[in-house]
Design a protein around this ligand. Structure first.
Ligand SMILES: Cc1ncc(COP(=O)(O)O)c(C=O)c1O
Length: 370
């Protein structure tokens, strides 16, 4: 059996609607910032619970816009070491100084002590990543820390479309939420992004910066912007993906429950503990392999012997060649967490028997280490 690691989901009905609507977009001649962009932005804002949403061509550009709005020139921005490359690069592109923060292995988010230690007089804001689609159970402490110190709080929601904690959705907790629609994400537009906020000034910046700096996205050029908007065809894909997001999430959660119930009793790995009231997207279903197990051999035997692709969540950012200068030796927990993380296949069309096959292969290999 060969199982994909991830696969976008479009129902047959959605595919029919998309083809019809793309045909209408092409006939209309309006290929950007038209009806589908408006419908998708309004629908996404309403789904998330923010007052507005602004589409972009990626999550990275949504992050970039948020950082430019907050003017981070020469200021420090706290970024999790357990995160994606562009959380750091976007700070540098905006003229800021990224400061990496160690990880709490239980929440996959900031180690709160390290977060506090890394605060300086130059700190202006925080990029907070909902890694694997789970909002940190310590979210109140993170928000309080940001508010107490007057720091802006950007949520990187690239994994967290529809994730919630205590009834609040990712993308409405901080000052701005930045989402990705890259093909592997819980919903996709091919590539693309969206920014959610309740801040009218940030919305204005976003509409200007994504369209060459034109005032309110239409008029004269009032700032240096870029070509960072989303076209109508991708907005159409996003509109249909949003209609199916809740059913895709329900299926993701059912698959994660099945994995949890079956992997629970297997020794040699640790599962994430998800508290009551916390609803992750399960962008990744991740287990953490015990230190005495040969990780590389396990990964290779799963792939070569069983056709099961896996990956670690990410390489710790301070171990990326390009960011070695950010390694100040304070990232022991990120290393222990990410370097032992093994993400298993999960996608909405996955069948129960595929989950069972993976559980049985993993359990067998852990019981018979070579
Ligand atoms: C946590 C995180 N942030 C940001 C990004 C960047 O997203 P995009 O490719 O839409 O720019 C990714 C993409 O994988 C991600 O995983």
């Amino acid at each position: 059996m060969s199982i994909p690691f991830a696969k976008p989901y479009f129902s047959a009905e959605a595919r029919r609607g998309i083809c019809k609507d793309i045909d209408a977009i092409l006939s209309s001649g309006r290929l950007m910032l038209g009806e589908f962009t408006s419908k998708f932005e309004a629908g996404f804002a309403s789904y998330i619970g923010s007052s507005t949403a602004v589409t972009t061509n990626s999550c990275t550009t949504a992050l970039q816009i948020s950082l430019m709005h907050h003017d981070v020139q020469n200021a420090e921005v706290l970024v999790p070491d357990a995160s994606f490359l562009t959380d750091v690069s976007s700070v540098r592109w905006a003229g800021g100084v990224p400061v990496l923060v160690d990880t709490d292995p239980e929440t996959l988010s900031f180690d709160l002590d390290d977060l506090k230690r890394k605060l300086t007089a130059r700190t202006k804001g925080i990029i907070w990543v909902h890694l694997t689609g789970m909002i940190s159970p310590a979210w109140r402490d993170i928000v309080k820390f940001a508010r107490d110190h007057g720091l802006f709080l950007i949520e990187d929601c690239a994994h967290a479309h529809g994730a919630s904690v205590d009834g609040i959705k990712a993308g409405t907790i901080g000052d701005v939420g930045c989402f990705s629609f890259y093909p592997t994400k819980p919903m996709t537009t091919g590539t693309g992004g969206i920014l959610t906020t309740n801040d009218a000034a940030l919305e204005k910046s976003a509409r200007e910066l994504r369209l060459f700096g034109r005032e309110n996205g239409v008029g004269t050029v009032v700032r240096e912007g870029n070509d960072w908007f989303m076209d109508e065809i991708r907005a159409c894909l996003g509109y249909y993906q949003l209609l199916e997001l809740d059913s895709a999430l329900a299926r993701r959660r059912a698959i994660a429950d099945r994995y949890n119930s079956k992997l629970h009793a297997i020794s040699g790995l640790k599962l994430l503990h998800i508290p009551e009231g916390n609803l992750p997207t399960w962008y990744h279903y991740t287990v953490f392999i015990a230190p005495d197990v040969d990780y590389d051999s396990l990964r290779d035997r799963l792939k070569e012997g069983y056709g099961i692709p896996t990956k670690p969540i990410y390489l710790p950012l301070h171990q990326e060649k390009i960011f070695r200068d950010l390694d100040d030796g304070t990232f022991a927990n990120t290393e222990l967490t990410l370097n032992r993380s093994l993400c298993l296949p999960l996608f909405p069309e996955m069948e129960d028997k595929q989950v069972d096959y993976i559980v049985s292969a993993l359990g067998g290999l852990l019981a018979d280490p070579k």
